[in-house]
Design a binder for this molecule. Structure first.
Ligand SMILES: *[C@@H]1O[C@H](CO)[C@@H](O)[C@H](O)[C@H]1NC(C)=O
Ligand SMILES: *[C@@H]1O[C@H](CO)[C@@H](O)[C@H](O)[C@H]1NC(C)=O
Ligand SMILES: *[C@@H]1O[C@H](CO)[C@@H](O)[C@H](O)[C@H]1NC(C)=O
Ligand SMILES: *[C@@H]1O[C@H](CO)[C@@H](O)[C@H](O)[C@H]1NC(C)=O
Ligand SMILES: *[C@@H]1O[C@H](CO)[C@@H](O)[C@H](O)[C@H]1NC(C)=O
Ligand SMILES: *[C@@H]1O[C@H](CO)[C@@H](O)[C@H](O)[C@H]1NC(C)=O
Ligand SMILES: *[C@@H]1O[C@H](CO)[C@@H](O)[C@H](O)[C@H]1NC(C)=O
Ligand SMILES: *[C@@H]1O[C@H](CO)[C@@H](O)[C@H](O)[C@H]1NC(C)=O
Length: 635
């Protein structure tokens, strides 16, 4: 109803009130002190989705009729008094607040009516009380995204009606023990992002109603239990980032006909790609990245008609040409991540791969780190839906193709760490998504079926759940590109990252780079650029947080002001001709180099003194040291 303001204390005069529903308003302030003690007839309280704050008022055993209490999505804090959970309550939802302390269940309490208990997204920081086992009617128990610690109490396995056990993103430890098999009604088991250890219970397949098994990001060991094939209702299975082992091809996936997403990535599975997987007709996403799988992609995979996401990066697959010929037949593939396989094979260049019957739905194509030889294959130019292309860390030769700009949706190109030669083609400066607002606005922001990860060389993996969150970027670092940076570069107005480092570019830095007003990272280091750093850069590039022109042949005054005051000497070192802070030559020689021209001469002299003064005051403390030296690879 758009209600605002506080809940007036006079509401407590409505002593016969049974239902109070003020949800989805903009109510502020704290609850009237005697709310619970006065409204003793209340059966239903729903105050969810408001802006209520503060501690809960002292509860009272007078609210003995209460069945539904929903205080979720507010800003309540303090402890949740256990006396508020009177025996009659069946639905209790306080999720998405800032409550701290313990789960409000005493070890001798009698919550035999409680069916839904949702405590997720708070700051609870105790262990899970054994008393939970006395809530014998409990069907849904959610307490994820807190700071709960300790292990799962055995009593939790008494909850025979439990359909959903959701405790992700806590600090829970210990094993998931065999008691879990008592929970025969379980449909969702979500324990991801904890520190559970030990094996997955071998008889977990007895949970025949299981639909979602999400145990990723723990410390689980041992094999994928063979019994899981008996959980034929399974739809989502995510065991990513554990220490699971064993030959994956010995697991029979074929009974799992409802399986839609499978993520077994970042484990230590061995063996060949399990062929039985190809009979799980509902699969839309498979991620087996970062294991030790061997062998080849087999033709049966085309039977997976709904497959949209397939990532098998960082394994030991062979025969890229065969793999591409087969995968081309997966008509609905939008995300294909094959990075770090097929070592030292030629990059498949069969022109028919780009035919109208091949790869036409592809949006992400990641082929980094394969040590592919050959040139950038021209059939890629036919993949009109392509948005992100990663060919980094290969041995690709030839020139940087300007025809990449003919791909109407492409906004992320990584060709870094290859052997490309020749110049930066003017055509590439016309990439539609990077030059036109219309095209840039059209970038699809829907969720990927599973995330892709973009791994900086030396940091933890960065996770992208939507493609539209990838930075619009051109990475060309560490090739042998030469010639000058074309002035047309100024057209790439929507680019966020431009990395031309470790090449042989020469000539001056074009003024037009200052037109790239969305630029966050600009790396021109380790080239043979000469002339001055255009002063215009400091005016246009308001978002620049990472900048380097180190190790070139630049001279003259380093621009100051704007973002330039945040860059340290490391951004400029290796250019003996540069002067002014933060370089080692704190003042420029007088007179300034002739190249500076009469236009800016006096203006600069004036500034120099000023900058030196400021320079001493702020020292070298600023700057974002992270960033531009990272090399990314989509995995
Ligand atoms: C309260 O009202 C909202 C909006 O009409 C409704 O969605 C919600 O189910 C109600 N809450 C209860 C507990 O009935
Ligand atoms: C609790 O409320 C939140 C919204 O604030 C909702 O998303 C969640 O599904 C509810 N929990 C249960 C168990 O119904
Ligand atoms: C994971 O388990 C192994 C032994 O199984 C242990 O050495 C390691 O410390 C554990 N790691 C974490 C993060 O708990
Ligand atoms: C699946 O369940 C059947 C019947 O309960 C049982 O005989 C079989 O051993 C189970 N399969 C696996 C792989 O555990
Ligand atoms: C450039 O690439 C080569 C080959 O991949 C690699 O050995 C070298 O370390 C890279 N250099 C830089 C500066 O990244
Ligand atoms: C990676 O990180 C380690 C520790 O932080 C550091 O010593 C090392 O120099 C880094 N390597 C690179 C290539 O940045
Ligand atoms: C691009 O940059 C040039 C030189 O800095 C400037 O004259 C021009 O107005 C800019 N164009 C646009 C569209 O911003
Ligand atoms: C760098 O550029 C200059 C011209 O500006 C040229 O004379 C020199 O040979 C180049 N050096 C390298 C290593 O390419």
């Amino acid at each position: 109803r758009g209600l605002t303001g506080v809940i007036h204390p006079s509401i407590t005069s409505l002593t016969h009130l049974t239902h109070l529903n003020l949800s989805h308003n903009s109510l502020l302030g704290s609850l009237p002190d005697d709310l619970f003690s006065s409204l003793s007839s209340l059966q239903v309280i729903d105050l969810s989705f408001n802006r209520l704050i503060d501690h809960l008022p002292p509860p009272s055993n007078k609210i003995s009729q209460l069945q539904v209490l929903n205080l979720s999505s507010n800003f309540f804090n303090g402890k949740i008094p256990s006396s508020i959970l009177v025996p009659s309550v069946s639905i209790f939802n306080v999720s998405n607040n800032s409550f701290s302390g313990s789960i409000p269940i005493d070890n001798d309490s009698n919550h035999t009516s409680l069916t839904f208990l949702d405590l997720s997204y708070n700051k609870l920081n105790d262990t899970i009380p054994p008393g939970i086992g006395l809530c014998s009617k409990l069907q849904v128990f959610r307490a994820g995204f807190n700071s709960l610690s300790g292990s799962l109490p055995d009593q939790i396995f008494n909850l025979a009606d439990l359909r959903q056990l959701s405790l992700p993103v806590n600090s829970l430890t210990g094993p998931i023990n065999d008691g879990i098999m008592n929970l025969t009604n379980l449909q969702t088991l979500e324990l991801f992002s904890n520190q559970f250890s030990g094996p997955i219970p071998s008889q977990i397949g007895n949970l025949s109603r299981l639909e979602n098994l999400l145990l990723h990001i723990n410390n689980l060991t041992g094999p994928l239990p063979l019994s899981l094939a008996n959980s034929t209702k399974l739809s989502a299975l995510n065991l990513r980032v554990n220490n699971l082992t064993g030959d994956l091809s010995s697991f029979n996936f074929s009974p799992l006909q409802r399986l839609t997403t499978l993520d077994l990535g970042n484990n230590n599975f061995t063996g060949e790609l399990p062929k039985s997987l190809y009979s799980c007709k509902s699969l839309t996403a498979i991620r087996l990245a970062n294991n030790q799988l061997t062998g080849q992609i087999s033709p049966e995979i085309v039977a997976l008609e709904s497959l949209a996401y397939f990532s098998i990066s960082t394994n030991n697959l062979t025969n890229a040409a065969g793999a591409f010929r087969i995968l081309k037949g997966c008509k609905n593939l939008t995300t294909l991540v094959l990075s770090k396989n097929f070592l030292f094979e030629p990059v498949p260049d069969d022109e028919s791969l780009g035919d109208p019957d091949g790869f036409q739905s592809l949006r992400v194509f990641a082929l980094g780190g394969c040590q592919f030889t050959g040139q950038v294959p021209t059939w890629l130019g036919k993949l009109k839906n392509l948005q992100a292309l990663d060919l980094s860390f290969n041995l690709i030769t030839g020139s940087l193709p300007g025809w990449l700009a003919s791909l109407p949706n492409l906004f992320y190109i990584d060709l870094s760490n290859n052997l490309l030669q020749g110049g930066f083609p003017n055509d590439l400066c016309g990439m539609p998504v990077l030059t036109s607002k219309e095209a840039s606005d059209k970038v699809d922001s829907s969720h990927l079926e599973l995330p892709v990860f973009v791994k900086p060389k030396n940091a933890s993996d960065q996770q992208y759940n939507r493609l539209s969150n990838l930075p619009p970027a051109i990475y060309l670092s560490n090739n042998s590109l030469n010639g000058s940076i074309p002035i047309e570069i100024g057209r790439l107005k929507f680019i966020h990252v431009l990395d031309l480092s470790h090449n042989k570019f020469s000539g001056s830095i074009p003024d037009q780079i200052s037109n790239l007003t969305n630029l966050e990272k600009l790396d021109l280091s380790y080239n043979n650029l000469s002339g001055e750093i255009p002063a215009s850069l400091k005016e246009g590039l308001h978002f620049l947080s990472s900048f380097s022109v180190a190790y070139n042949d630049l001279r003259g005054l380093v621009p100051s002001g704007g973002q330039f005051d945040t860059f340290t000497i490391s951004s400029f070192e290796g250019n003996p001709g540069l002067c002014g802070p933060p370089t080692v030559h704190r003042t420029c020689p007088q007179p300034l180099s002739p190249a500076a021209g009469p236009r800016s001469n006096s203006h600069r002299k004036l500034l120099t003194g000023l900058i030196v003064a400021i320079g001493y005051c702020i020292g070298f403390g600023f700057g974002f040291g992270f960033g531009y030296k990272q090399n990314f690879i989509v995995i």
